[in-house]
Design a protein around this ligand. Structure first.
Ligand code: AMP
Length: 413
């Protein structure tokens, strides 16, 4: 992926301190790679979104080009602790094979004789895919013996599954102890870490976080952590109404978490004490029901009467936020500004996506992360117009919260 507006000296420095596949050569080695092939499948077991597989191709290719062999392990879906046909990784073979332009061998059990025999006979340039790790409940339990059995399959361990880096599972963390000198990050992991760090630890000021989505409760930790990092905090989405109510505004039938009013007040006080500018939308798009067909009007976000509810930020909010975006050196965006899944309430989210694309062009570093903002940036076809789109989901959110992720610590620790 092309990362725009990056300080490349900084990348080089990060890569020096980080153990990645670029620090190793794989000639005649077997690399055991934890990938995230947890892709959505339709009822005919066809992949409906190949992004996660596509993302790992550069890592696999680098190792194969070095003259190494590759053993891929992943989970798929949520099996109940035993084999289930619909969760078999066999379904990804045709696509993977086409992307890598070579056959992909398959072990129908991720540990045991078939996996050991296939891995032992693997030659340089060959690829072996293991069956779903979560067919064993030991995987999610982080079982050491299960991790040891997996470790027997390769000479080197590569973690390239950022999506599961926040889990201390056997294949994502525990296994690393069996490769004390030959454990490393693949490109997906390294890029995620470098880009999020770049944003929060080395971002050009002013740094702005734009937070939206449904609930304050799920974003509290992030807000608390960001408060020490950012200059501006923009709040939109359903969670803005908890803040507006905390300021004494009338929010009508809008989404609110009354249990978090006091928390919202203390966040606003902390922001003030720290000199962080906290921006709330002055106006909102209101509907008289939670439906795309409801009656609609734009009004102050602070004077909403039942049955009206705010389902998007309004045009004045867009203009106000745009001004902040325009002045920023670094921007992190997590969570839509409104119910963007419904066309009548997508304008605010679309406006932010376009504004980010515009300032990226002018040199601002823009990072978009978290499930729904990624869906939004994709909906408007702007994913390649921002600096970086994090696909990490829960792992990215925990990383932004300042937590130490087991999958990262296992390599760096
Ligand atoms: P989250 O997963 O917390 O980021 O929330 C994303 C969801 O928040 C999306 O499905 C949006 O439809 C929803 N959302 C955004 N703004 C609002 C709003 N004003 N009222 C209700 N839901 C909203």
């Amino acid at each position: 992926m092309v990362v725009k507006n990056f300080n490349f000296a900084w990348i080089i420095q990060m890569k020096k301190t980080m153990q990645t596949i670029d620090n190793f050569t794989f000639k005649d080695k077997k690399a055991l790679i934890r990938v995230d092939f947890n892709v959505p499948l339709d009822s005919n077991n066809q992949i409906t979104d190949t992004n996660r597989i596509d993302a790992t191709i550069p890592t696999i290719t680098k190792i194969l080009n070095d003259g190494g062999a590759v053993i891929l392990m992943s989970h798929l879906g949520r099996p109940k602790g035993g084999p289930e046909e619909k969760y078999s990784l066999r379904h990804v073979i045709p696509y993977l094979s086409q992307k890598l332009n070579r056959p992909v061998k398959f072990a129908d059990d991720c540990i045991g004789k078939s996996a050991t025999d296939l891995s032992a006979s693997l030659k340089p340039g060959e690829v072996l895919l293991l069956e779903n790790l979560r067919f064993y409940k030991e995987e999610e339990k982080g079982d050491r013996e299960f991790a040891r059995k997996l470790s027997l399959l390769g000479d080197m361990y590569v973690n390239d599954a950022f999506g599961t880096a926040h889990r201390a599972h056997a294949s994502t963390a525990i296994i690393a102890e069996f490769f004390p000198k030959t454990k490393m990050f693949g490109y997906v992991m390294a890029n995620e870490i470098i880009n999020i760090d770049k944003c929060l630890k080395d971002g050009k000021h002013p740094i702005t976080a734009i937070l939206g989505g449904a609930k304050v409760s799920t974003k509290i930790e992030i807000i608390n952590h960001l408060m020490d990092k950012v200059d501006n905090l923009i709040i939109g989405g359903g969670m803005m109404f908890t803040f507006i109510k905390a300021q004494g505004g009338e929010i009508g039938a809008s989404m609110v978490e009354d249990d978090y009013i006091e928390m919202a007040k203390s966040i606003m006080e902390r922001a003030k004490a720290k000199g962080v500018n906290l921006y709330l939308p002055p106006d909102a798009v209101l509907a008289d029901a939670f439906s795309n067909d409801a009656n609609k009007k734009t009004s102050s976000a602070f004077e909403i009467q039942v049955p009206w509810m705010g389902l998007d930020i309004g045009p004045s909010a867009c203009a106000k936020f745009d001004h902040v975006i325009e002045q920023s050196g670094t921007i992190l965006w997590n969570g839509p500004m409104g119910v963007f899944e419904m066309n009548n309430y997508e304008a605010g989210t679309k406006f932010i996506a376009l504004a980010l694309a515009r300032v990226t062009e002018k040199g601002t570093f823009t990072l978009v992360g978290g499930g729904d903002s990624v869906a939004a940036i994709n909906k408007y076809g702007l994913a390649d117009k921002v600096s970086y789109v994090s696909t990490g989901g829960g792992a990215m959110l925990e990383y932004i919260e300042g937590k130490e992720l087991p999958g990262i610590k296992a390599i760096t620790g």
